[in-house]
Design a protein around this ligand. Structure first.
Ligand code: NAI
Length: 328
């Protein structure tokens, strides 16, 4: 039998953690019938709750689950990790300034980056889910100088999936018929969901939609503000859908994206599409041989350019702010 891969999950006792761990343990993250060892990281106050989840994982008798360990020390938690899902983060609380939020998250993602640098497996792949995800990924990456920069990614797959669902509903097609949708920029309200390269059964989605006002006034804000809509309706933030998107992101990274389609992920920019090199920004990407590559050569019209630039400007501001805090 193949040796199990080690997956480290932070924030394991949180609501995304609870929706995520059982799907990883069932084999859906790695695919290919790979066995998995879980290493869970929590803050000391939540270790016991994470241990409770570990008991439930036992009780599922998942054939592919090779063990679960719980830690409150990042150095131990990331030891030998092949995949790291950084879910735990400091949420913005009432009255908190952005600088305080970035500083609090620096206190989490800097030591985690150092721990990944010190002890993760050579093929480590990191997905940051905890917000502000793009900038948290940048902080972790900056403290893992021995790990190739492209192993640090942030999640915009939930936004991607939300956009596909909205578009499919509008055009009355199935989600599987929608291809080549793109989320650009930051995982925040400035993100830009781009349908101008999207296809439905090979036909341009933009033509099928017809009116630009639906795009500008309904689709884009609906996708960008979907997180707030979920909180308002469900009474709690997106959890199972975020977990599902994390499964999709890592599964595709490892196993490749389907021929004739692409997905969206926030990955380190090489300067493509005018996004300053080094920023972790969302792009249209394909995955091959365990690597994400930015889809090249797409036309970007004025409507799209303005929106991509606005989101990238926000990422630059966040980067400048964490530089000012000495976190990069
Ligand atoms: P939650 O508050 O239910 O759980 C977070 C968990 O992280 C808690 O159990 C907490 O104890 C733990 N934690 C805090 N600091 C930690 C540290 N230093 N090490 C290990 N664990 C730590 O939050 P939830 O709903 O699970 O969300 C987690 C994060 O994911 C939030 O930052 C949220 O904003 C973000 N998110 C991102 C999405 C995306 O699309 N990128 C979508 C939805 C949520």
């Amino acid at each position: 039998a193949q040796t199990p891969l080690t997956v480290t999950v932070t924030g394991a006792a949180g609501q995304i953690g609870y929706a995520l761990l059982f799907r990883i343990a069932s084999g859906q993250l790695l695919g290919g019938g790979r066995r998995v060892k879980l290493r869970l990281l929590e803050i000391p106050a939540a270790v016991r709750a994470a241990e409770g989840t570990a008991l439930e994982l036992d009780d599922c008798a998942f054939p592919l689950l090779a063990g679960v360990d719980v830690f409150d020390d990042p150095k131990q938690a990331f030891e030998g990790a092949n995949v790291a899902l950084l879910v735990g983060a400091r949420p913005r609380t009432k009255g908190m300034e952005r600088g305080d939020l970035l500083a609090a998250n620096g206190g989490i993602f800097k030591p985690q980056g150092e721990a990944i640098n010190a002890g993760a497996a050579p093929d480590i792949k990191v997905l940051v889910v905890g917000n502000p995800a793009n900038t948290n990924a940048l902080i972790a990456q900056a403290h893992a100088p021995d790990v190739p920069a492209d192993r640090f990614t942030a999640m915009t797959r939930l936004d991607h999936n939300r956009a596909i669902a909205q578009l499919a509903r509008k055009l009355q097609v199935t989600v599987g018929q929608v291809k080549k949708l793109t989320i650009w920029g930051n995982h925040s309200a400035t993100q830009y969901p781009d349908v101008f390269h999207a296809e439905v059964d090979g036909r341009p989605a933009a033509e099928l939609i017809g009116d630009r006002s639906w795009l500008a006034d309904e689709f884009i804000p609906r996708v960008a503000k979907r997180g707030a809509e979920i909180i308002e309706v469900r009474g709690a933030s997106s959890a199972a859908s975020a977990a599902s998107a994390a499964i999709d992101h890592v599964h595709d990274w490892i196993n490749g994206t389907p021929e004739g389609d692409w997905t969206s992920a926030a990955i380190v920019s090489d300067g493509s599409y005018g996004v300053p090199a080094g920023l972790i920004s969302s792009f249209p990407v394909v995955a091959r041989d365990g690597r994400f590559e930015i889809v090249q050569g797409l036309d970007v019209d004025e409507f799209s350019r303005q929106r991509i630039d606005a989101s990238v400007a926000e990422l630059q501001e966040e980067r400048t702010a964490v530089q000012g805090l000495g976190l990069l």
